[in-house]
Design a protein around this ligand. Structure first.
Ligand SMILES: Nc1ncnc2c1ncn2[C@@H]1O[C@H](COP(=O)(O)OP(=O)(O)OP(=O)(O)O)[C@@H](O)[C@H]1O
Length: 484
């Protein structure tokens, strides 16, 4: 879901851990360590869900600080759903938080599946209360390709068949998976998403199949795996193309036997989930047995759904622009603005290598940075006319903002606010922040290098992290830091 989630916790490690966990699934996940910053944050837009620590001042454990913040949140025009968090599993405090309007209560350290489920449920409740606008999971598009896709989803959803969703990064594969789940007989259950490419081999079994207390050093309590946590619902196995072969073998065994054995358990447990999987691998790679096991592929791809890239359905661009501009105008409490004809033309002709995700980011950027009475191409990180390219740019940093680069990874060119005219800003918009060694800061160089690498791999986090020589978690942190 494209939800806006705030984690309000003075412990930066706790907040970052929750952010990394939730970011894979939700549009915008921000952290705030000092409650004093809350009014300013709320003035820029009210989150859909707030994960709220109840104690901030060291030594205070009565929850009074968190409860007072809940009162602030409750007075918003569209109050967020609140999930109270505390390190102290204190029942009276939990009851008090629930009485003051928290929808749920979670104790730290949390169980990841439980936290994910709590946020999903909070969003579902909020959506039921406020209408579909809250989480906005709708698969938009009226092009022929999208109409066919929706028809296919409608016919496949009510069956129990495993579905494999194929498509480039950012085309909406997860949204398709959610649409299938929502229209299935399992809709009242949860859909849990697991990034299979990001699961370390050492914790693969524990994460997916669960463990018993004491089965290894860190197993301090029994823990359900994702297969058990999604019981009665759907399990969305994302990025399956990035799974190591050893992990593929373990997954295959679970699917063949339709049971899993938690680590340290003596008996297997039957599984009751529908598997929806997704990958951005092209089909030639997927059918290469050195990359993906054929027997696992045939378990997963009973039905294959291909989500076309946005460049093959450019007629959907205006609808998507209008949807996301409205959404961000409301979130950031900015006035509604029109798009200039030149900008619309550039946006509708762009080939969108980062697909809908890049378009969405471009809209957010335009709403935040746009200065004029109308949105111009540069507000979206686009040059109005391809001819406006700055000559002579080369190298990784240049690639980030070269004409035709995805506007999902723009660098805000100094002066692009200017008079707002398309021609005036077009040249600036093509200048990468790292183009000149004299005014480039280290931060700008890092940002440009990350953006260029992401663009090179079409937004694939695993490949970009590998090329940059950092972990996926570190890359996610840097994406957050640079607002990419
Ligand atoms: N048809 C659509 N209508 C509205 N929003 C969309 C559509 N397709 C994608 N989006 C939005 O674009 C973003 C990316 O979508 P999603 O995460 O489903 O893509 P994905 O193909 O699973 O990406 P990845 O392979 O990188 O994980 C999300 O914010 C999603 O809400």
């Amino acid at each position: 879901m494209t939800a806006y989630i705030l984690i309000l916790d003075d412990d930066a490690d706790v907040a970052t851990a929750a952010q990394l966990l939730l970011r894979r699934r939700h549009g915008q996940v921000v952290t705030l360590s000092d409650p004093a910053g809350l009014p300013a944050l709320l003035a820029r837009g009210v989150p859909d869900v707030v994960l709220l620590d109840l104690n901030f001042t060291p030594g205070r454990i009565n929850g009074a600080e968190g409860l007072a913040l809940m009162d602030v949140l409750r007075t918003q025009a569209r109050p967020p759903a609140v999930i109270a968090m505390t390190a102290y599993a204190d029942v009276p405090l939990a009851v008090e938080a629930l009485k003051r309007g928290a929808g749920d209560f979670i104790t730290k350290p949390w169980d990841n599946a439980r936290l994910i489920a709590a946020v999903d449920q909070a969003l579902a409740r909020r959506q039921a209360a406020h209408g579909a606008a809250a989480g906005s999971p709708e698969l938009m598009g009226e092009s022929r390709a999208m109409r066919e896709l929706k028809a296919l989803i409608a016919s496949v959803a009510p069956t129990e068949a495993n579905v494999m969703v194929l498509g480039e990064n950012g085309v909406g594969k997860e949204l398709v998976a959610r649409a299938i789940h929502a229209a299935s007989r399992r809709a009242t259950g949860t859909m849990l998403a697991v990034d299979m490419g990001a699961l370390p081999e050492s914790t693969f079994e524990s994460e997916l199949f669960g463990h018993r207390k004491g089965s290894f050093t860190d197993a301090r309590a029994d823990r359900a795996g994702r297969f058990q946590a999604a019981r009665g619902g759907s399990l969305f196995l994302d990025e399956i193309g990035n799974m190591p072969l050893a992990a593929q073998a373990k997954l295959l065994t679970a699917l063949e036997r339709r049971e899993v054995t938690p680590i340290g358990a003596d008996k297997p447990e039957a599984i009751d989930v529908r598997i929806i999987s997704a990958t951005n691998l092209d089909e030639a790679r997927l059918f290469d047995p050195s990359v993906f096991r054929a027997d696992l592929l045939f378990r997963l791809n009973t039905i294959v759904i291909r989500v076309p890239p946005l460049r093959e359905r450019l007629e959907d661009v205006p609808l998507l622009l209008s949807h996301y501009l409205k959404r961000y105008e409301s979130q950031y409490q900015r006035p509604a603005r029109e798009i200039t004809a030149a900008a619309l033309d550039a946006l509708a002709r762009h080939d969108w290598p980062g697909n809908v995700r890049a378009l969405r980011h471009a809209c957010e950027r335009a709403v935040i940075l746009g200065q004029g009475v109308e949105y111009v191409a540069a507000d979206f990180g686009l040059a109005a006319a391809p001819a406006a390219a700055a000559p002579g740019l080369s190298g990784a940093a240049g690639a980030a903002n070269a004409p035709g680069a995805p506007p999902g990874y723009p660098t805000h060119a100094a002066g692009s606010g200017g008079d707002g005219g398309d021609r005036a800003v077009a040249a600036n918009a093509s200048l990468p922040a790292a183009a000149s060694a004299t005014d480039a800061t280290l931060d700008a160089i890092e940002r440009a290098a990350i953006a260029a690498t992401l663009a090179q791999f079409n937004g694939n986090i695993s490949h970009a992290a590998k090329t940059l020589g950092i972990s996926r978690a570190a890359l996610y942190r840097k994406l957050g830091k640079h607002g990419i």
